[in-house]
Ligand binder design. Structure first.
Ligand code: AGP
Length: 611
């Protein structure tokens, strides 16, 4: 999703801005641009490209630009195609340079107003409208800050903005309203960025702007105004370097590395959170025990893969703790008048902590009757972590690839601990907790064994090369695992894939099944196995190609039309985690064979900061 970087300093800033954009690349984007300003000439130098930051670097090497202040941007197209003309920074009337993340919902009427007043807009974007309005404000006699404040008051939607003005050289104005934006503090320099990662090479001191804040900065000064326009002080936070490497090592793609990171990520997740036989409550964070004592219902909300983790947790929590648990897609929850049961805990799940829909769901939950809000997230400085009353920090490590892998499995580990802690309060036998904890101690090894299926699955992937569709089936807690397997395949290989509860097949999707339709079944040897086998017979009878992921002694016919892949046997409570691994490998190998952009698949973004 769009990435913003800005800098005002006493040194040249184009290198800082490009480094920032490279660090934001993981978010996903389709065009990039930079504009700098020299204090002496006041005017802007701008280069924009449709494509990647590396293309921008090439353009800059052919035509270097100078400036001690500047803004840079990676754009994920919403309004208007990903072409150079629509790329940011936008410049209005040679006077206002602007970068924008988010969406301006009332841009159609604002654009019409501008056009009716004789303004010609260069792009099809909602963003340029903002630059033009600020310029119009200055033309009518407002100061730069005044024009920004008046414009922001007219905007509907969620956005973060960075602006510069030719008549106020060296000043950057930053606006945060609904989309993340941080201010980085240097020595005689200030920075802005969509997330701290972009600025890690220049500072570790940050101010996280509050909703509605407007920050005005030059190299030597910084002033922040709140939503009412009053000057405010905001605390700065030192963000420590987690010392984590974000390079690919010997792997070809971040995705491959992150799939193989999972045993270590699981070990880190469990560290200090389980003893030999039990779960250690303090290990999950402050206040967690107190909250779980009072929890008698739970709503879990997330998007995409995080939603599927919520769905798995729903099965676990209702089964073990016997308390009502709903799992809901954040973009649905936020516009629904959901009934809130007494003692309900609102739990948001998010790798990035910046998914706009999940943040909106949290803010809605805060206005409703929820007993408490909690977040499980992977980025400690994220909006969701900061705004939730309590947070459980995931320890997946930095996840760069747009497709979530290790964040899913580690989120599941955290959710299993939550389920067990809730269950403990509802009379779940201690010996059963002990059995699961024992199994958790060796979960990393089971995941390592599952990763050994890599070669086998690479060969299997060839059978998916020429096909356009696939069906993923599961039952019970493995139904969301099938959903996640299908999502992984579609998002990185661009192949159409659907996840279905196996028992639902005959109610419609069976019509799709023929010899060209691979059907992937998640079928561990559990109490539902016989039911799944019956469902798979329905597929075989229609000539479907079956790929069955199962564990030992599951008794599948090894016949020509059934490919059986044996996954390591683990405690049934942990099998959703282990069965996820081969599905990730399948998606990865199919995508590699298809030659797609594995780490930054087309059209999608890592951090989805727009609605
Ligand atoms: C996962 O592979 C996806 N790219 C996507 O569905 C993701 O899980 C979703 O956007 C939610 O992100 P979050 O966990 O950062 O909130």
């Amino acid at each position: 999703m769009c990435g913003i970087v800005g800098a005002t300093a006493k040194r040249q800033v184009s290198g800082i801005l490009i480094e920032g954009l490279l660090r934001l690349e993981y978010r996903g984007y389709d065009s990039a641009g930079i504009a700098t300003q020299e204090i002496s000439t006041k005017s802007f130098n701008r280069i924009r490209v449709s494509g990647k930051v590396r293309d921008l670097v090439v353009a800059l090497s052919e035509q270097p630009i100078r400036g001690t202040g500047g803004l840079a941007h990676t754009r994920w197209a919403t309004h208007g195609a990903p072409i150079e003309r629509n790329a940011h920074p936008h410049i209005a009337n040679g006077r206002i340079a602007l970068v924008h993340n988010g969406t301006i919902e009332n841009f159609v009427s604002l654009r019409k107003e501008l056009e009716d007043s004789g303004r010609q807009l260069d792009s099809q974007t909602d963003s340029e409208v903002v630059a033009q309005l600020v310029d119009l404000g200055i033309e009518s006699g407002s100061t730069f800050l005044g024009a920004v404040q008046q414009t922001v008051a007219r905007l509907e939607g969620a956005f973060a903005l960075g602006l510069m003005c030719s008549t106020d050289p060296g000043t950057i104005i930053a606006v945060r309203k609904g989309c993340p934006l941080v201010v980085g503090l240097g020595t005689d320099e200030h920075f802005i960025a969509s997330d701290v990662l972009a600025l890690r090479s220049v500072t570790n001191q940050f101010i996280f702007l509050d909703e509605g804040d407007i920050a005005v900065m030059s190299s030597g000064s910084l002033q922040i105004f709140d939503e009412q326009g009053q000057p405010v002080e905001r605390d700065s936070i030192r963000v420590s370097d987690q010392g984590e490497s974000v390079d690919k090592g010997s792997y070809r793609h971040y995705l491959e590395k992150e799939i193989h990171d999972q045993p270590q990520a699981i070990r880190s997740t469990l560290e200090g959170r389980i003893t030999e036989q039990h779960i250690s409550e303090p290990g999950l964070g402050r206040c967690v025990s107190e909250i779980f004592d009072k929890t008698s219902a739970i709503s879990i909300v997330g998007c995409g893969t995080s939603y599927y983790a919520a769905y798995v947790a729903k099965y676990w929590i209702e089964d073990m703790a016997q308390i009502p648990c709903s799992a809901e897609i954040a973009s649905e929850f936020r516009y629904r008048n959901a009934a809130v049961l007494d003692g309900s805990l609102f739990l948001s799940l998010s790798q990035s902590g910046e998914s706009a829909d999940t943040i909106a769901a949290l803010r809605l939950a805060e206005q409703r009757n929820y007993m408490h809000t909690m977040n499980i997230g992977n980025v400690p400085t994220s909006t969701l972590m900061r705004e939730s009353a309590t947070a459980i920090a995931m320890r997946a490590g930095v996840e760069v690839s747009v497709a979530s892998t290790k964040s899913f499995t580690t989120m599941l580990v955290d959710l299993l601990l939550v389920a067990l802690l809730l269950a403990r309060r509802r009379g779940f036998p201690r010996e059963r907790e002990h059995e699961i904890v024992k199994a958790l101690h060796i979960l990393d090894e089971a995941v390592e064994c599952a990763l050994l299926l890599d070669d086998r699955i690479r060969q299997l992937a060839e059978e998916f090369l020429l096909t356009q569709h696939a069906l993923f089936l599961g039952r019970g807690v493995h139904y969301p695992v099938a959903l996640e397997g299908a999502l992984k395949l579609k998002e990185i290989s661009y192949m159409h894939a659907e996840g279905y509860p196996a028992g639902e097949l005959k109610h419609g999707p069976l019509a799709l099944v023929d010899a060209d339709m691979p059907v992937v079944a998640v079928a561990p040897n559990n109490e539902l196995l016989r039911k799944v086998q019956l469902n798979l017979q329905e597929v075989r009878a229609r000539g479907g190609r079956l790929y069955v992921f199962t564990d030992e002694a599951a008794d599948f016919d090894h016949q020509n039309d059934v490919v059986v892949i044996e996954v390591p046997k683990v405690h049934p409570a942990l099998s959703p985690i282990v069965f996820t691994i081969p599905l990730q490998l399948l998606a990865y190998h199919v995508a590699t064979l298809r030659g797609t952009d594995i780490d930054q698949p087309r059209n999608i973004a890592k951090s989805v900061t727009v609605e």
